[in-house]
Ligand binder design. Sequence first.
Ligand code: MRU
Length: 352
Amino acid sequence: MENSSNQIYPVIWHKQKNCVVLIDQTRLPQEYSVVEIDRYEDMAQAIKNMIVRGAPAIGVAAAYGMYLGAKEINTSDRATFLQELNIIANVLKETRPTAVNLFWAISRMLKTAYESVDSVAQLKKILLETAQTIQKEDLETCQAIGDHGLSILPSTKEKVTILTHCNAGSLATAGYGTALGVIRSAWREKRLQKVFADETRPRLQGAKLTVWECIQEAIPVTLITDSMAAHCMKQNMIDLVVVGADRIAGNGDTANKIGTYSLAIVADAHNVPFYVAAPFSTVDFELSDGGQIPIEERDSSEIYQIGNTKICAQGAEFYNPAFDVTPAKFIQGIITEKGVIPPQELTKYKTQ
Ligand code: MRU
């Protein structure tokens, strides 16, 4: 996928250089810069350090990571190749625990390799094509999610205001976005008045990334801190909430960026509809409920300092979970590529 027009693609395959180009999301919005990745170890680091982040984008990056590793395996023996590919898969899997798209994409790459009867040389080509397919499918999926999302917009209002949390936009996917995909489609159809973006402590994906994406397309956006959502709802400033997801359990319980759960409770208290927008690659049917979702804990420096400035006295302990789980009962619907599904009905869509 190449960067053309003003579309934002966080992961790009550079055919001539035989490497992956990532937008460095840790530098936005101050600086738009890219990093070239041609080793799977560097891809693992880029995922860990959040140069690329957001569940579907992590999946796409990991798929390319698998290929980058595969192309360096120096053997024509199939069994040895598969053995080494598994080692690469394990390194990539160690990067971030919550977003299931990472594991989904790696499994798909491994399955492709195991099921192929081709030579190792041919297999390497097939793995690149599979990574490209995963990327292309995610882009199409996000566009479908965006368009299905139009059906949740209340018909009683010509234009609506939507609150979102974290960044579930082009930067977090192959392009277009999930929650921000719905917002993009609403904007295109002239059904959107404005977006409210939660800043999303501590990494500020809302302030740094969602606002940046909206500004690129002149979508009206208002930044609020996470703690302001309840007040805005009480003032009838928010018509609905749409967020992304990192992992959805079979019963619809949804892990997403820390702060999503409290947002869902606040929305419920104010009768504001709360929706999750996510592809089926984010649904983990292996897990029956959200209590089984592994929650990443990140470095405490993310909360005890802002920039390089320490913001609290010495002596405190810290707890920094990066995600929380919103119980399905707070979710009106999950906006997927197959339509808007009540969380309780997700299992009907389980494929073998
Ligand atoms: O820690 P991050 O930035 O990877 O977390 C991202 C989120 O929580 C997103 O909301 C989620 O992945 C949905 S992305 C379409």
